[in-house]
Write a protein that binds this ligand. Sequence first.
Ligand code: NAP
Length: 265
Amino acid sequence: MPALAGVLGHPVAHSRSPAMHNAAFADLGLDWLYVKLPVAPALFEETVRALPASGYRGANVTIPHKLAALALADHATDAARGAGAANTLTFGDDGTIEAENTDAGGFLDALGSSPRGRTALVLGAGGAGRAVAWALREAGAERVAVWNRTPERALDLARELGLVHVARPVPAEIVVNATSVGLEPDRSEEEMIAALGLEGLEPPAVVVDLVYAAGVTPVLAWGERTGARLVDGLEVLVRQGARSFERWTRRSAPLEIMRAAVRER
Ligand code: NAP
């Protein structure tokens, strides 16, 4: 029987993680299988606790379970504690559960160059915004400003992590969209840029959009206008997945194979 891994979410049908991880297992000749695990919140904890005895070595966790995943773990990494959420669980041979947040490190890997000494603006104070803001701070960004549609959440996050809360987006060298704005089919690009308060703001040197879509997202198109270096959500997805893969298998993740698998869709 293959070693198992999977993604726990509700819903999880859209996930590209099975294609990405199964391609990586096949490339390295590993007898592993990665599956979708749709689980309602009320059943999350009992499902997770049953996974190790069913042959699971690890799992990714997505909306809405990331806080619950951290809460039930026996151990948590600094990134999971710092972000206040876990997207990766690893099951030990003794049945213990370790929580990690690879969204944070995966974001830094995708960024491609160190943010040390740079200014950054994070749009969004949900789960992804928290992970990105924590990662930027840990990696030595000079000033991390956080903006959110609901200002109280940005204020809380900024207080908790010792960052700057801004009432409207301010210029920065790195701008990260960690909101879910960018996928609404019935809204124009201008409307989405306005929803994020970016209209009238000069695009920076680097623009990262965690939202992934088939084409160029509104935020990436905004950055493209002035020739910003663009990092898309699929690269962040691959990099967070690679970190999970390496944690479970202790093998180097085949990044090109994983990239091809997520972009094929
Ligand atoms: P979340 O916890 O539900 O947070 C959603 C965020 O989007 C909040 O900050 C929310 O603001 C904001 N938002 C939603 N609708 C908005 C609107 N119309 N105008 C302005 N802001 C709006 O979700 P999440 O887990 O942080 O994920 C956010 C996005 O990142 C999702 O699209 C997700 O797919 C993506 N993501 C990608 C990766 C990757 O690997 N590429 C990893 C993680 C997440 P309020 O607080 O005001 O509601």
